[in-house]
Design a protein around this ligand. Structure first.
Ligand code: ASP
Ligand code: MG
Length: 417
């Protein structure tokens, strides 16, 4: 017998038929003898609608009232799933964030979970009852509903799994796992059987939109094994007995992955803009003078490349920001011209960051050289490069994104034959 938290995303609970299908997945696990708690998202599209209503009511709305409105989508689906389970003879009860309670900080709209008391849920496990928990929400120190940021029900699920010591957190979604790259770009992409938390964190931050990044961080910190799988497979065709391996991708510690590939996947992030400051004075405090004001303006700077100056007096600084922030960033930098002291500001929207990810890179030489040669052979110019222990990120022009992704995917032998 295992203790499992099952999380269902918006497309999995999009209407009553889909909710009935979800209930069958839950019943299957119960019938196999497992202890189950469920976390649900709102019906797909619902949260967007609610967010838009708050904006229409008043563009400058109170964040606590925003939370009161947008958290309601999950309240509906938790109740509907509990009713559906009961009608199928499964003992079930809905739970809102405040009832557990899931305690958050005071950052309404983007709150962080501070603590969860899993005791009441564990009691329900023991009497064989299924707790159906509204994802995305908790209760703040002001005793009011707080939501966790868009996509936050993944994080709710992993946090709950940690608090009840679950063996696994199953994330049911509309895809059947994590792929070596985006299958819409490369049809030869393959589903990964396993991926380490660290690699998944890179994949998720770089645009593989299967999971909220924070949920992966939480899984990594608390050692919660996460299993990404599809709710669209026939619930009756799945074997849930001990030892059976259903289709999906397990996100786990690297020591659980026996056959580690050197490269695990290729990710890409679109809509990046490059900014270069030319002939910046090469003296202490310059980076702080550039990136301080950008950070104060809440602009997220990503790749940063600084040249070593030729004569020790002037250097170049290149970095990327999201395209949507380019105008604001330019404005901030122009205002800071005196304190930074650059001669030319150049910018270029329409960049893409393509990344090669793999834990095996730590112990294998030549991974980066292979990527550079591969792009050179295709005539793709590299604008900037950054690396970490398990990742090489390369900035290129948008028009080459698909070619680069496909070529890199092939050069590391990731495709199906
Ligand atoms: N319903 C929320 C959203 O759309 C939370 C979630 O689905 O994870 O952002
Ligand atoms: Mg989601």
């Amino acid at each position: 017998m295992a203790r499992i938290v099952m999380k269902f995303g918006g497309t999995s609970v999009a209407d009553l038929d889909r909710i009935r299908n979800v209930a069958k997945h839950v019943k299957r696990e119960i019938d196999a003898g497992h202890q189950v708690a469920v976390v649900v998202s709102a019906m797909s599209g619902k949260t967007n609608e609610l967010v838009n209503w708050t904006k229409e009511a008043s563009p400058m709305h109170d964040a606590r009232e925003y939370d009161a409105v947008v958290a309601s989508g999950e309240q509906v689906t938790s109740g509907l799933l509990a009713i559906t389970l009961q009608s199928m003879g499964v003992d079930a009860r809905s739970w809102q964030g405040w009832q557990i309670p899931i305690e958050t900080d005071n950052a309404h709209g983007a709150a962080r979970i501070k603590s969860i008391n899993g005791a009441a849920l564990v009691e329900r496990f023991e009497i064989g009852q299924v707790a159906v928990i509204a994802g995305f929400q908790g209760i703040g120190p002001d005793n009011r509903i707080a939501t966790l940021g868009r996509g936050g029900s993944d994080t709710s699920a992993v946090a709950i799994a940690a608090s009840v010591g679950a063996d696994r957190c199953d994330i049911y979604t509309d895809v059947d796992g994590v792929y070596t790259t985006d299958p819409r770009i490369e049809p030869k992409a393959q589903r990964l059987a396993k991926i380490s938390f660290e690699e998944m964190l890179e994949m998720a931050s770089l645009g593989a939109k299967v999971l909220q990044v924070r949920s992966v961080e939480m899984g990594m910190v608390h050692g919660v094994r996460m299993f990404v799988r599809s709710s669209f497979t026939d619930p009756d065709a799945i074997d849930s007995s001990e030892g059976a391996v259903p289709e999906g991708t397990l996100i786990c510690n690297e020591d659980e992955i026996v056959e580690q590939q050197v490269v695990t996947g290729i990710a890409y992030a679109k809509d990046e803009a490059q900014i270069s400051l030319r002939r910046v004075s090469d003296k202490p405090g310059v980076s702080a003078a550039i990136f301080g004001p950008l950070s104060d303006a809440n602009i997220n700077v990503d790749m940063i490349v600084q040249n070593v100056s030729e004569d020790g007096s002037k250097t170049d600084m290149t970095f990327t920001v999201p395209n949507t922030d380019l105008d604001r960033a330019t404005e901030v930098l122009e205002k800071s011209l005196d304190s930074i002291g650059y001669e030319i500001l150049q910018s270029d929207p329409g960049m893409v960051k393509v990344s090669v990810i793999g834990i095996g890179m730590r112990s294998h030489a030549g991974v980066a050289a292979t990527a550079f040669k591969c792009l050179a052979d295709k005539g793709i110019n590299i604008r900037a490069i950054t690396t970490s222990e398990i990742k090489i990120s390369i900035l290129i022009d948008e028009e080459y994104a698909e070619l680069a992704v496909r070529s890199l995917h092939a050069v590391y032998g990731l495709g199906a034959d």
